[in-house]
Design a binder for this molecule. Sequence first.
Ligand SMILES: [Zn+2]
Length: 84
Amino acid sequence: MSSAKKHEHYNCADIEALAQRYVDGQLNDYENRLFEEHLEYCLPCDKKIQFELKLKEIVHIKGREMIPDEKLKLKLKNLFTDLL
Ligand SMILES: [Zn+2]
């Protein structure tokens, strides 16, 4: 019926659900604002999104080399865990 979310804050489940669209730049301004607002006070989500952004960046750069996604993800995750 009515939208569950009006003028609210996103919770971690929302962030998880919207993460891919955020990374791909597909959220509208309002969603984007709520999303980033959550990241400001939620460190786990912030780290997750930073990771996703970094991953996208690297996949973009390395795209031509056709590196298997899961392998790269794992490699990057290990690298990233060390940095954090
Ligand atoms: Zn969160």
